[in-house]
Design a protein around this ligand. Sequence first.
Ligand code: SF4
Length: 89
Amino acid sequence: MEGKITRDGALQIKRSNVLKAQHCPFTIGEGGLDCGDWCPHFSEPREVRDDEFDRITETGRVTGNTVVTAIDICHNKTLYFESLTDERK
Ligand code: SF4
C-alpha cells in the first residue's frame, strides 16, 4: 500500500492510483474529520519487518524480511505501507 501523511498530519492512501484523504467514520457529517495524527488512536509510523505480525496480503502470507512502515489506528487495526511519505518531517 502507498500513502502519505500530509504536513498537517492527515492520512492519505493511494486508491486507484490517486492519493485520497481517509475520512474518519466516527466523525460523519458537517465538521467531520479525516483520519490523522490528531487522533489518539493513530500511532506514529514505525518500521517493521513485513512478517512481524503474520501479515496476510492478497497474494498470501508474507514471509520475507522487507521493511515496511506500520501505523496503528482504531479497532486494533494496523495499516502497512510499502511506501509512506511523511511530510511532517
Ligand atoms: S484512527 Fe480511527 S478513530 Fe482515529 S481518526 Fe483514524 S479512523 Fe478516526
